[in-house]
Design a protein around this ligand. Structure first.
Ligand code: SF4
Ligand code: SF4
Length: 470
């Protein structure tokens, strides 16, 4: 199946300016949200930036990644602003070679997760608005200085989340006929298509992904530049088996081998354990734990105590669990690689569970706060138009009752768990042959611990953040 060959959808996405069609409304929405965040209601459930940002858009992002692909990066308004800025300023520098890894973006991703919880961003419209503004400033400054899509590939925390989650997506920007690439003389998909006077009229892949040797969705923003640049119309948005790419360890264009990328593995681990931390931050047992740790350590600062919990969940727990699993798989299952090598390889198999938990969490907020979009828009219209042009806000419109949402949450976590087990088994069979069960068992145990934690989290009463009935 190739989305670009569908009757109407294919024509829309195949149009050269399709990205602008989505980016412009996204930019308008971002500006409205920022404005409301800085000048609108201080009460977060009544403010567009906190409710749309932390409830609706996050949920929608996860659903689109699961059902289609990285279309949020496709519609990203940051890139629109960056492209506009580049009309006046041409970047001259290349991103320094030592920084061409994911480590910086991993740090920023962890920082956003930490700041969100420690400084209650969901409850603060001004802070949320400033965070979005910081994103805009970041992309303009970085990409004004450095060539290509430096911000997307090496810095953007949302982009890294999308890259990892999109390994589970059913669509991929992919070559249609490999044989056509073999005979292609120009390689415009990476170099860009040139017109008269050798001027680039359509840029090639800014993320350094060369279509014929590109594997999977990692680092792909779905920008479709390669689609428009290819002179042979040989790139499509094609269906594939979700998560299968996590098993592939061949050399990938712009990435290399997954097993030799400890930074990508760390990103996958942060993605997975960050899902646990983010959900744990919203259930009531964390308050009991915080009080207990404060009593034991004598630390009075709530930020300090939260930093301790964050470090335990996001750093100590994965190091211990993955280290133990790798050691047992090596000693008992006869794997030959080093402990870090084994942990790196098998960490990718945990991504489906992590995505299942993100979906369960974001889906919970999206569905339980789904209808709040109506009173929010009514309230904003009333506020800015001076009268209730869309009627008085119906604040009693909230969302789907929790009892209907919980089974969906369980479904996501169970599916993620099963997919992770399947990947672990494939790795174990490949590495240990007939003794695969010995290599598989310790990793299955890690998966079981994560699964048990995920189910426990879903069963806890979760904060109804951002909804009026909070
Ligand atoms: S995708 Fe198109 S431009 Fe790129 S190598 Fe293949 S045929 Fe050439
Ligand atoms: S140009 Fe690169 S990032 Fe954009 S869709 Fe093609 S492969 Fe993905």
């Amino acid at each position: 199946m190739d989305l670009l060959q569908w009757p109407v959808v294919g024509r829309i996405f195949g149009w050269r300016h399709a990205r602008r069609l989505f980016q412009l409304p996204a930019l308008a929405l971002a500006l409205i949200m920022i404005w409301d965040g800085l000048t609108g209601p201080a009460f977060a459930p009544k403010n567009l930036v906190t409710t749309l940002g932390w409830i609706h858009l996050r949920g929608l992002l996860a659903v689109v990644l699961l059902g289609a692909g990285n279309f949020f990066c496709f519609a990203c308004p940051l890139v629109l602003v960056r492209d506009f800025a580049r009309k006046f300023w041409t970047p001259r520098l290349n991103w320094p070679r030592p920084l061409r890894t994911k480590w910086l973006s991993i740090g920023l991703f962890a920082l956003v997760l930490f700041v969100y919880e420690a400084f209650h961003l969901w409850a603060s419209p001004p802070l949320t608005a400033w965070l979005i503004l910081a994103y805009f400033a970041g992309v303009v400054v970085i990409d004004a200085l450095f060539k290509h899509a430096t911000f997307c590939k090496f810095i953007c925390p949302i982009g890294q989340f999308n890259f990892v989650a999109s390994t589970l997506s059913p669509l991929e920007v992919q070559v249609r006929e490999p044989a056509v690439c073999s005979g292609c003389a120009t390689k415009d998909c990476i170099r860009g298509r040139r017109g008269e006077d050798d001027v680039v009229v359509q840029r090639g892949c800014e993320l350094a992904l060369f279509q014929p040797v590109k594997v999977g969705n990692l680092d792909c923003t779905f920008c479709l530049d390669c689609v428009h640049a290819c002179p042979h119309d040989n790139v499509g948005i094609r269906s594939r088996v979700p998560a299968e790419e996590l098993l592939i360890d061949s050399v990938r264009s712009g990435i290399g081998r997954l097993a030799r990328r400890p930074d990508l593995s760390a990103l996958a681990i942060l993605f997975t354990f960050g899902a646990l931390m983010n959900a744990f931050g919203m259930v009531s047992p964390i308050y009991t734990l915080e009080r207990g740790l404060a009593a034991v350590t004598g630390v009075n600062s709530s930020t300090g105590i939260f930093a301790l919990i964050f470090t335990l969940v996001v750093i100590v727990e994965p190091v211990v669990l993955l280290g133990l699993a790798a050691a047992v798989a090596r000693g008992w299952g006869g794997l030959r690689a080093s402990l870090p090598g084994i942990a790196t390889r098998y960490s990718y198999a945990l991504v489906p569970f992590g995505f299942g938990l993100w979906l369960a969490h974001y889906g919970f907020h999206l569905l339980t706060g789904l209808y709040t979009i109506v009173p929010l828009v009514q309230n904003a219209a009333q506020q800015y138009a001076g009268s209730a042009v869309l009627g008085p806000p119906r604040w009693n419109w909230v969302g789907v009752p929790v009892r209907f949402v919980q089974p969906i949450q369980f479904g996501f976590v169970v599916l993620g768990f099963l997919a992770s087990l399947f990947l672990l088994r494939e790795f174990a069979e490949e590495d240990a042959g007939p003794k695969w069960l010995r290599a598989f068992a310790p990793w299955a145990a890690v998966c079981l611990v994560l699964f048990g934690s995920g189910i426990w989290l879903i069963l806890q009463p979760m904060d109804m953040r951002g909804t009026f009935l909070e």
